[in-house]
Design a protein around this ligand. Structure first.
Ligand code: HEM
Length: 269
C-alpha cells in the first residue's frame, strides 16, 4: 500500500529554509577545502573516558595566548616604539584611551598567567608520563614554546621604556652575556650595539611583535596537530590506559558536517 506523506507545516518549512541558509556557506566551504570536516573531527574526536580537569591546562595555555595576542594588537594601535615617545604613549594608553588601563592590565598580568599555565601544563604532562613514546617530539615542541613564552615576556618588559624596564633589561642582557662562547655575541645582538638605546628598543619591539608571536603560532599549530594525531594520554591510574584494550567499536568513517547522515539503517531517525 502506498504511504501518503502529509505536506510540511509552515513551521517545518521555515526550519528547512533556515537550515538550508546556514548549511549553504558551510557546504560551499567544505566542498572546496574539507575544512569544516577537519574542524568537526578536531572538536569531536574521541578522548579517554577518564580524561580529567588537569588535561584542560593545555587549552587554558592556548586561551591565555589568545588573550595576549588580542590585547597586544589593541596596545600596538596606540604604542610608539621610539625612546622619545614610548613612555608617553604608555601613559596615554593607561590614562586616556577608553578602557586602555584594562587592556594594558590584562596584557601585563596575562603574561604571567600564560607562563604559569604553561608550567602547570608541563607539570601535568610530566606527572602523567605523557612525554614518553610516541610523544617525545611534542614535549620538545613544548619546551620550545616555553622558551618562546619567556622570551616574549623578556622583550615585552623593555617596551614601557621606564627605569624598571631599562634596568631589568640591563640585568637580563648581562646575564645572557655570561653564557660560555656565545654569551658576548648574544648580548651584543640583543643590545643591537654596545649600549642599550633606540636600536635595542626597535629590536625588542620587532622580536616581541613579529618574530616570537609568529614562532609561537607555528609551534602551537604543530603541537595541536600532534595532539590530534597521537591522541590524549590516559591518566596513569586509568584501567583503560591507551593501548591496553582494543577499541570496542571501530570509529565510523570521517564525515563532513554538511553531509546528511545515512538514514534507514537503525530505524531511530
Ligand atoms: C603555548 C603553550 C602550550 C599550549 C597552547 C599547549 C597546548 C596543548 C594542548 C591543548 C594539549 C592537549 C590537552 C592537554 O593535554 O592539556 C597539549 C598536550 C601536550 N603538551 Fe602542550 N601546550 C603548550 C605548552 C607545552 C609545554 C611547555 C610542554 C612541555 C614541555 C607541552 C607538552 C605537551 C605534551 C607532551 C602533550 C601531550 C599530552 C598527552 O597526550 O596527554 N606543552 N598541549
Amino acid at each position: 500500500m502506498a504511504v501518503t506523506r502529509r505536506p510540511p507545516t509552515k513551521a517545518e518549512l521555515r526550519r528547512q529554509q533556515m537550515s538550508a541558509a546556514v548549511n549553504y556557506p558551510l557546504d560551499w566551504l567544505e566542498e572546496r577545502s574539507g575544512l569544516v570536516g577537519g574542524i568537526r573531527y578536531f572538536l569531536f574526536r574521541k578522548v579517554p573516558a577518564d580524561t580529567n580537569w588537569m588535561q584542560t591546562l593545555g587549552s587554558a595555555s592556548l586561551t591565555a595566548f589568545i588573550v595576549q595576542a588580542v590585547t597586544g594588537v589593541i596596545l600596538a594601535m596606540y604604542y610608539h616604539p621610539s625612546p622619545n615617545d614610548a613612555y608617553n604613549s604608555i601613559q596615554n594608553i593607561t590614562d586616556h584611551v577608553t578602557m586602555g588601563w584594562l587592556v594594558r592590565g590584562m596584557h601585563k598580568w596575562g603574561a604571567s598567567v600564560f607562563i604559569i599555565l604553561m608550567f602547570l601544563h608541563m607539570g601535568r604532562v610530566f606527572l602523567f608520563g605523557a612525554y614518553k613514546y610516541p610523544r617525545e617530539l611534542n614535549w620538545i615542541i613544548g619546551v620550545l614554546l616555553l622558551l618562546m613564552g619567556m622570551l616574549e615576556g623578556f622583550t615585552g618588559y623593555l617596551l614601557p621604556w621606564d627605569q624598571t624596564a631599562y634596568w631589568a633589561t640591563v640585568v637580563g642582557i648581562n646575564l645572557n652575556g655570561t653564557a660560555p662562547f656565545v654569551g658576548p655575541w648574544l648580548a651584543q645582538w640583543l643590545r643591537s650595539g654596545q649600549e642599550i638605546g633606540p636600536d635595542t628598543l626597535s629590536r625588542f619591539y620587532s622580536l616581541h611583535m613579529l618574530v616570537i608571536p609568529g614562532a609561537i603560532i607555528a609551534l602551537i599549530t604543530l603541537h595541536l596537530y600532534l595532539v590530534v594525531r597521537l591522541g590524549v594520554t590516559s591518566p596513569p591510574w586509568s584501567k583503560e590506559a591507551a593501548g591496553t584494550l582494543p577499541d570496542p567499536e571501530p570509529r565510523p568513517p570521517r564525515r563532513g558536517l554538511t553531509h546528511e547522515p545515512a538514514t534507514g539503517s537503525g530505524g531511530k531517525d
